[in-house]
Ligand binder design. Structure first.
Ligand SMILES: NC(=O)C1=CN([C@@H]2O[C@H](COP(=O)(O)OP(=O)(O)OC[C@H]3O[C@@H](n4cnc5c(N)ncnc54)[C@H](O)[C@@H]3O)[C@@H](O)[C@H]2O)C=CC1
Ligand SMILES: O=C1[C@@H](O)[C@H](O)[C@@H](O)[C@H](O)[C@H]1O
Length: 339
């Protein structure tokens, strides 16, 4: 660690999320600095590094991790590139914050799980930022308090204004619904055992080849039922809502009406347009929590087990989608390191 214990971070991937995390570490949170950025697009990495004092640009993750001023790694490259970056960080025993998904399939997530176990200690926080969102944190505290009794059902809506080019049916599960896979496990403290995916006639506005929206049903080992409407071309904005239906009441988050106006015969508020806006404070809290824990020599928050479990549920989800039937989740027994 550099002067006064400031954590030197290498940010891998300087696209939308990576560049935003560079800004966050440099301007918003405390206790860390961006010592290195890495991108296969050398020009992009150079441009981002130019805006940060003392930051070096690389095109190879391993080269950045070998630098003397790098103490920790934030992975924000696309999901398929996560496994090799995680394994390279393990070789140097560096702490990691890895954007979701941990990896895009269960077999690669399992390889990461096995590699961390060989290391003998936890090193990774996974970027499931909803666990740091103020509304989700309140909902979790209420459910844990038992005031409403046992949760019976969880209804979720996950809407994006539009999907990026090349977005596929599988990405709908692996990149988008993966968040609901994680919050379901976290909010209920239960594992997901089976997935069913139903589709209405696609919206005419959906890009060619994408069946949008879709309706995902999850079953848990605690007997709860969970539904997720995933609609990534809803057009009007970014909306994430959850309602828990419990034995003695319900609780709902995500209406997002910080301010309600009445004007010219209309009533209402505004809707965030993307995840960067809706979850800005959650990302700030997530990265600050990672930096603080790392400086204390600890690992907190969602870890590799959570990333693996979500990947296993996603894999069942993609199979359920393609085969058009209820699909059971295959999960290994939870290893001692993650109990
Ligand atoms: N937590 C959240 O709400 C969100 C998380 N994400 C996650 O963040 C990650 C990055 O997503 P975006 O920033 O949207 O993607 P992006 O496509 O905007 O940026 C990815 C960057 O990584 C670079 N790259 C590709 N392969 C690389 C490699 N092997 N090594 C180093 N750099 C590489 C690309 O050149 C690009 O600059 C993904 O894991 C994604 O799922 C994305 C959006 C929201
Ligand atoms: O993680 C995210 C994106 O990758 C994904 O594409 C979006 O659908 C999600 O809302 C966002 O949170």
């Amino acid at each position: 660690m550099t002067q006064r214990g400031t954590l030197g971070v290498a940010v891998i991937g300087t696209g939308r999320m990576g560049a935003d995390h560079v800004r966050r570490i440099s301007e918003v949170i405390s206790g860390a600095r961006v010592a290195a950025v890495v991108d296969v697009d050398a020009e992009r990495a150079k441009n981002v590094a130019a805006g940060v004092e003392g930051c070096t640009a690389y095109t190879e993750p391993a080269a950045a991790m070998a630098a003397a001023d790098v103490d920790a790694v934030l992975i924000a490259s696309p999901g398929p590139a996560h496994e090799s970056a995680l394994l390279a960080a393990f070789e140097r025993d560096l702490p990691v914050l890895c954007e979701k998904p941990l990896t895009p399939d269960a077999a690669s997530a399992l390889r990461v799980l096995e590699a961390e176990q060989r290391l003998g200690h936890r090193r990774v926080q996974v970027g499931f930022m909803r666990r740091y969102d103020a509304e989700y944190v309140k909902l979790k505290a209420l459910l844990d308090s038992g005031q409403l009794g046992r949760p019976l059902m969880l209804h979720n809506r996950h809407r994006n204004a539009s999907s990026p080019p090349g977005f596929t049916d599988a990405m709908l599960i692996n990149d988008s619904v993966v968040h609901e896979m994680d919050v379901t496990r976290w909010l209920l403290g239960q594992e997901i055992t089976a997935v069913t995916v139903l589709r209405p006639t696609p919206s005419d506005v959906a890009p060619e080849g994408l069946a949008d929206p879709q309706f995902v049903v999850l079953e848990t080992d605690g007997g709860a039922l969970v539904d997720v409407e995933i609609f990534v071309n809803c057009g009007f904005g970014y909306q994430v809502q959850a309602e828990a239906v419990c034995e003695r009441g319900t609780a709902r988050i995500g209406d997002g009406h910080a301010m309600v106006t009445n004007a010219a015969g209309r009533w209402g508020g505004t809707i965030a347009q993307d995840f960067v806006e809706r979850f800005e404070e959650a990302y700030d809290r997530e990265v600050q929590a990672w930096v603080d824990a790392t400086r204390r020599g600890e690992v907190t928050g969602p870890g590799v087990w959570d990333g693996y479990a979500a990947a296993a549920v996603c894999e069942a989800g993609v199979r359920a989608q393609t085969e058009g039937r209820r699909t059971e989740v295959e999960l290994i027994e939870r290893p001692a390191l993650y109990r």
